[in-house]
Write a protein that binds this ligand. Structure first.
Ligand SMILES: [Zn+2]
Ligand SMILES: [Zn+2]
Length: 443
């Protein structure tokens, strides 16, 4: 082996042996060196160095491998190492290359989330936001807003990422405090689920704070939530005119006499009502079937999503969690929600200004209300949708069922409540007709 300036390759190999723990050395021969440089189990590079016969006059060649670093970054790092070798002239090259790689690993916290950071930065800058990157300390700062709704987010990538989840702090924001708190809590929960092995999209769905229709426990008003069964479906009539008529006919059939003992409906009337009722119910059968099919599709989709969350996609290894934080707090909360239309009325679900009264007043009829799928409707619009036929709708944004635990999901119950209300209103109208009260003066 050639020697130069008192340094032989043997001395370089001895220095490597002294510097690196034995388990990180795969091969250490004068013609081939293969070592693992690593800071954490995810943050590592395998370096293969091949010194030629006439080293160091002819420079060594090298290849780098890493499970964490994407190919473009690995290529860039390879070029840097080649420059280090070139700068060494005919001096020692092995240790300078390995030290360069070591410094790279120690000086860049983003090596374990390079793609995630790049994607997040792209998302923010594409929407006119600002991004600050501190590679040495693993800090990403983002400022982004839409229609005056915005936040400044400080994310910290820990040394042992992704085994330890991304930390974050909402430095400032313009959302209602309770709303921001709910989304922050969901993001924290999603990060924990990522560390537990769930891919971030699943972790976000699984951390949904809105209770789903299938889960136990009932609505917050104490109404038991009931899954749709075929029996419910058969008894459910969804056509408005049909519901009115059936309710009227049932009343004719049921009430022989009113309180004063006056005959309300004759036996003939009641018989005729029963016949019409049965005819109408048959006619409605076809519509029921189509409706039932739609409901089953919606139920099947919810079940598929729930099954996907619990089974296939779970890994024993911690999954990257930075994307969960950015996906929820930047993409969803800032870039999507403030621009979302209430699908019932077509107006923006959120008011013009984050300071608007309807946002802080939780009795305001036009306050935005988050449904199970994560989209927003005005409270009033949602109330109308969930208490009037057809009672069940799918979200026009994501095609999942529109559901909120504050309204019962028992359609039979909803149908009965609605039909009773309709009947009451007509009774009032009948009375006012009889008394000659003009509807315009009723108010
Ligand atoms: Zn609306
Ligand atoms: Zn939706």
């Amino acid at each position: 082996m050639a020697a130069f300036g008192g340094t032989s390759l043997d001395e370089e190999l001895a220095a490597v042996r002294e510097w690196l723990p034995a388990e990180q050395i795969e091969a250490l021969r004068p013609d081939y060196i293969s070592v693992h440089l690593q800071r954490t189990r995810h943050n590592r590079i395998k370096a293969k160095l091949t010194p030629p016969e006439d080293y160091p006059e002819t420079h060594l060649t090298l290849t780098l491998e890493s499970p964490a670093l994407p190919p473009p970054l690995l290529r860039k790092l390879t070029h840097q190492c080649e420059a280090v070798v070139a700068a060494a002239g005919e001096g020692p090259q092995v240790m300078p290359v390995l030290r360069h790689l070591h410094n790279f690993l120690c000086g860049n916290r983003f090596t374990t989330c390079w793609r995630e950071v790049r994607r997040a930065a792209q998302l923010v800058t594409d929407h006119g936001g600002r991004v600050g990157l501190d590679e040495a300390n693993g800090i990403v700062t983002m400022r982004v807003e839409q229609r005056g709704y915005g936040l400044t987010l400080r994310i910290e990538i820990p040394e042992a990422y992704p085994d330890v989840g991304a930390g974050f702090e909402v430095v400032r924001h313009t959302f209602p405090e309770a709303m921001m708190a709910a989304y922050s809590a969901q993001a924290e929960d999603a990060v924990r689920k990522c560390v537990g092995g769930q891919p971030w999209e699943d972790a976000l769905r699984a951390s949904n704070p809105i209770r789903g229709p299938g889960r136990k426990g009932g609505g917050s008003d104490g109404t038991p939530t009931v899954r749709v069964t075929n029996e419910h479906m058969r008894s459910l009539k969804h056509d408005v005119r049909f519901l009115k008529k059936v309710t009227d006919l049932r009343q004719v059939n049921a009430r022989r006499e009113n309180r004063n003992g006056t005959l309300v409906a004759s036996a003939q009337d009641r018989r005729s009502a029963r016949r019409t009722l049965s005819r109408l119910q048959k006619k409605e059968g076809a519509a029921d079937e189509a409706y039932e099919k739609k409901m089953q599709e919606l139920e099947a989709r919810e079940e598929a999503i729930a099954a996907g969350l619990s089974a296939d996609n779970h890994s024993d290894d911690a999954q990257p969690s930075l994307s969960a934080v950015v996906g929820l707090l930047v993409r969803k909360l800032v870039l999507e929600i403030p621009g979302e239309e209430c699908q019932a009325c077509g107006e923006l679900a959120f008011p013009e200004s984050p300071a608007a009264a309807s946002l802080s007043d939780d009795t305001a009829p036009m306050r935005p209300c988050r449904v199970f799928c994560g989209h927003y409707l005005h409270w009033d619009c949602l109330n109308r949708w969930l208490t009037e036929p057809p009672f069940v709708r799918s979200c026009t944004h994501c095609n999942r069922r529109i559901y909120h635990p504050d309204w019962p999901s028992d359609y039979k119950l909803l149908e009965r409540a609605w039909a009773n209300q309709q009947a009451r209103e007509r009774e009032i109208n009948d009375v006012s007709d009889f008394l000659g009260v003009d509807e315009r003066f009723q108010a």
